[in-house]
Design a protein around this ligand. Structure first.
Ligand code: ADP
Ligand code: GLC
Length: 491
């Protein structure tokens, strides 16, 4: 048997320390599952303050001399996660020792030097995959995630043409492309010849994501449906032509759900429960209503949203139908947990102010509450305009909280609309609608509300959802297959 592939997994987020969304969750879970599947995997992530304080024992294992362009020198620190995956922290205080999130200042403005910050992450990833690496451990495969590490395959192509490592580029969200002015090219230490149509140029700008899609040996995204959708103009964000061109190298692999999202063992819940003890879920609804100051009533279901409050997530559609949704028939309560565009934050705050006891809006990022929302709600709303995978609908299914979703991307691949046929087949687990408009959302929410009033039917939906297998093992096996094919092609 050949040796297990060595994989360097490059990411700009890792939960629980630094997370703005699903990428943080995936970076925490997938490498551990890959290690279980026999892959020799290490994670490269910037040494943000949250990480350096979580791993005070992390020691310096290599110095990185200034790698060209305007980049300063850096260092690599070594630590290890609970899942026993080695972490390589890219320490460059000038770039990463900042307050705020990974991409934005505490005032929620993008850092003006993000091209350099994530250019350095990409540059160092390429270096570690090349013969010039200061480490003796060399990856066979460099696995890049989203635009923040998208430039790495381009660096390998232009600066380390002889490097043996093969590259995988995973798209978690095609809408974020890492677009910067062409003038950044020299700062990033890329040659002028890179600024061409089949290089890093995209409509006159420099695109990190396009660079990754252009130069990676394989491309993956996080659901099968999304892998198809991004090859069409509607959801291709200008990159559909390139993705069609590369479709033979493009695979959709559905994300898994971490074992910690399990209502039977979740320490954050008021009351734990499983599919055989669904009556115990009610204690969580009561606790959530009390915590949020919502009226306790058996008249309406409690609907919940946990989301980035952005156009992608279709939260404007919820705001558009909120009054009708609340008034009914059949009527509902609504609890929202999220942060995002100020307009939507204000919209939900105002809605809550108009309907005390019936609507609660928590504007903030709160992991504990996210768990309590999933357990306490009756129905979960996720009307995304596009959704590469989506984790919250899978959490909802696991927590016996049937979701109402728009049938797109990973939502289409995980939620089975409740119809006479799907009920008979035992697959119905939620409600899905097609067109991204308020009327279609309202119709689906009404169907869900009606079904909630029919308790036997509702139990079946809950149980079908809870029976689904979203473990990481399957996704890890699919990634490991891709790595092995590439690895044996290299050897
Ligand atoms: P995306 O990555 O596009 O935001 P996902 O559904 O893949 O969407 O992942 C979102 C992740 O972020 C989930 O783990 C979800 O629970 C979490 N999340 C989003 N908003 C909040 C919030 N306000 N508080 C706590 N967790 C949140
Ligand atoms: C992105 C997508 C989301 C996906 C996550 C992890 O943030 O918006 O749908 O679940 O990445 O892959």
């Amino acid at each position: 048997m050949s040796s297990p592939p060595r994989v360097l997994f490059v990411t700009s987020e890792i939960a629980p320390w630094q997370k703005t969304g699903g990428l943080g969750d995936i970076s925490a879970a997938l490498p551990g599952a890959l290690a279980q599947a026999g892959v020799d995997v290490r994670i490269l992530v910037p040494a943000y303050p949250a990480l350096t304080s979580a791993f005070p024992e992390a020691g310096v294992i290599a110095a990185i001399p200034p790698p060209g362009g305007r980049f300063p020198a850096g260092r690599l620190l070594a630590a290890s996660t609970d899942a026993e995956v080695p972490l390589l922290l890219l320490d460059c205080p000038e770039y990463f020792a900042r307050p705020g999130g990974p991409y934005q200042s505490p005032h929620r403005r993008d850092w003006p030097d993000n091209a350099l910050r994530f250019g350095l992450l990409s540059r160092v990833a390429a270096l570690l995959a090349s013969d010039a690496s200061p480490l003796s451990w060399r990856p066979d495969i460099l696995h890049c995630n989203d635009w923040q590490s998208g430039l790495a395959p381009a660096y390998l192509h232009y600066l380390h043409p002889g490097a043996a490592a093969a590259t995988v580029m995973t798209i978690h969200n095609l809408a974020f492309q890492g677009l910067f002015p062409a003038q950044r090219l020299a700062d990033l230490g890329l040659p002028e010849e890179a600024f061409v149509f089949d290089g890093v140029e995209f409509h006159g700008q420099l695109s990190f994501l396009k660079a990754g899609l252009q130069f990676a040996d394989r491309i993956t995204t996080v659901s099968r449906t999304y892998a198809q959708e991004i090859q069409q103009a509607e959801l291709g964000f200008g990159l559909d032509g390139l993705l069609r061109h590369r479709s033979a190298d493009l695979t959709g692999i559905l994300n898994g759900v971490e074992a910690s999202w399990n209502p039977a063992t979740d320490p954050l819940l008021a009351q734990r429960y499983d599919a055989r003890h669904l009556a115990d879920k009610a204690a969580n609804r009561q606790a959530l209503r009390r915590e949020l100051g919502l009226e306790e009533t058996a008249a309406w279901p409690l609907m919940a949203i946990v989301s980035r409050l952005t156009h992608q997530k279709g939260v404007d559609l919820v705001l558009a139908v909120a009054e009708e949704l609340l008034a009914g028939p059949p009527g509902a309560q609504l609890a929202v947990l999220g942060t995002g565009e100020r307009e939507f934050e204000a919209g939900f705050r105002m809605l809550a102010a108009r309907h005390p006891g019936k609507v609660a809006a928590v504007i903030g990022f709160d992991e504990r509450l996210a768990h309590r929302f999933e357990a306490g709600a009756d129905i979960f709303l996720m009307p995304s305009r596009f959704e590469p995978c989506g984790l919250n609908q899978m959490y909802s299914l696991r927590y016996g909280t049937p979701p109402v979703v728009r049938a797109t991307g990973g939502l289409a691949d995980t939620v089975v609309d409740c119809t006479a046929q799907t009920l008979a087949a035992g697959s119905a687990n939620g409600f899905a609608f097609g067109p991204a408009d308020a009327a279609s959302l309202l119709a689906a929410v009404r169907r869900a509300g009606d079904a909630w009033h029919r308790s036997k039917l509702w139990r079946r939906l809950q149980k079908n959802g809870m029976a689904a297998d979203f473990s990481w093992d399957k996704a890890a096996a699919d990634y490991a297959d891709i790595y092995r094919t590439m690895h044996s092609a290299e050897a």
